[in-house]
Design a protein around this ligand. Structure first.
Ligand code: SF4
Length: 322
């Protein structure tokens, strides 16, 4: 059992991964609930909503399953007044859905399980919870996590193993046995099966219990851990550590100059370093010379002197009050 001091909190797969790697970045939940229905703001969430409908209607068993999945994607986009082509990776994701649908349908057809999507599972005794993209219950139970971006790359394999072991444990806590198949289904790379054993689950639970004894103020900066941390902009241990990283991906300083181009990107001189290719959407409206800025998920171009930095689609910039 997790100690009483933290027994009122609930932990998701992501929160426990953060707890293990940097306690200061971990945010437990008050209750094991699904996120509130909201407008999808990226192509991955549009694809997830499309997949949910496709599974719930049993369209994966239809001869035209691939077309059906693409139609669901278009429906979600239309419903939320989104033009997928204007979203980052929108057109590619729409095309991949059609290409990969029959592969996913073949997996679902190969089982006699009761197939459901967006399944909320919990482990009451350890206060763990998670939402499985697709789960099949029964004698040949399985779980599938659906990934639309680069988050299924080999670079993220440790995080994926954590996540899938966590989900397999929740499945066992709910249905009494580990799932026979644990599958990560990437739209880019197709399905990957992960072996989850009882000892892997036991080790993970031990690690989570031990980590729960750590103060949630302990920060352990690291390039991979910090990259998408929601607390990054204001986490001083991280800003102190970034310059020492092998490949720093963040800069900060006073905005000295700003130049807008006709190609909807901006170049900014921040603390004596040029940052180029800033997407319009990444610049806060109050960005004027003299303000202090922090930019994360930027890349240093070592081939220029002085070094230039480039922004990308995941770059985030914030004005920092001084
Ligand atoms: S930014 Fe890095 S060090 Fe700071 S809380 Fe997040 S993961 Fe931890």
């Amino acid at each position: 059992m997790i100690p009483d001091a933290v027994a009122q909190q609930w932990w998701s797969a992501t929160a426990t991964w953060r707890l293990l790697h940097c306690p200061a970045s971990a945010t437990p939940a008050h209750a094991p609930t699904r996120p509130h229905a909201q407008t999808p703001d990226n192509v991955g969430s549009v694809a997830h909503l499309a997949l949910q409908t496709w599974v719930e209607r049993g369209e994966w068993s239809h001869p035209e399953c691939a077309t059906r999945l693409q139609e669901r994607f278009d429906e979600v986009a239309t419903e939320h007044k989104i033009d997928p082509v204007r979203m980052h990776q929108g057109a590619a994701t729409r095309a991949r859905l059609k290409t990969r649908a029959s592969q996913l349908a073949a997996i679902l057809s190969s089982t006699s399980s009761d197939i459901r999507s967006e399944v909320l599972l919990r482990d009451e005794s350890n206060r763990l919870f998670g939402i499985l993209d697709i789960a099949g219950t029964g004698s040949d139970g399985f779980i599938i996590d659906f990934k639309t971006g680069r988050d299924a790359s080999p670079d993220s394999s440790t995080a994926i193993e954590h996540q899938m072991t966590f989900y397999a444990h929740l499945f066992q806590a709910s249905y009494g046995t580990l799932p026979k198949r644990v599958i990560v289904f990437s739209l880019r790379q197709g399905p990957t099966e992960i072996q989850v054993t009882p000892s892997m689950v036991a080790v993970l639970l031990d690690q989570i219990r031990a980590a729960n004894l750590t103060e949630l103020t302990v920060a352990r900066p690291g390039a991979h851990t910090c990259r998408f941390c929601p607390k990054r902009m204001t986490c001083q241990p991280h800003w102190d550590a970034v310059p020492g990283w092998e490949r720093p991906d963040a800069i900060e300083g006073v905005l000295e100059n700003i130049e807008r181009s006709s190609s909807r990107t901006t170049t900014a001189l921040i603390g004596g370093r040029w940052l180029t290719g800033i997407p319009e959407s990444a610049l806060p409206s109050a960005t004027v010379p003299g303000k202090s800025l922090r930019a994360v998920r930027v890349r240093c171009r070592n081939d220029s002197d002085p070094a230039e930095w480039t922004a990308g689609n995941t770059t985030h910039i914030q004005v920092i009050p001084r």
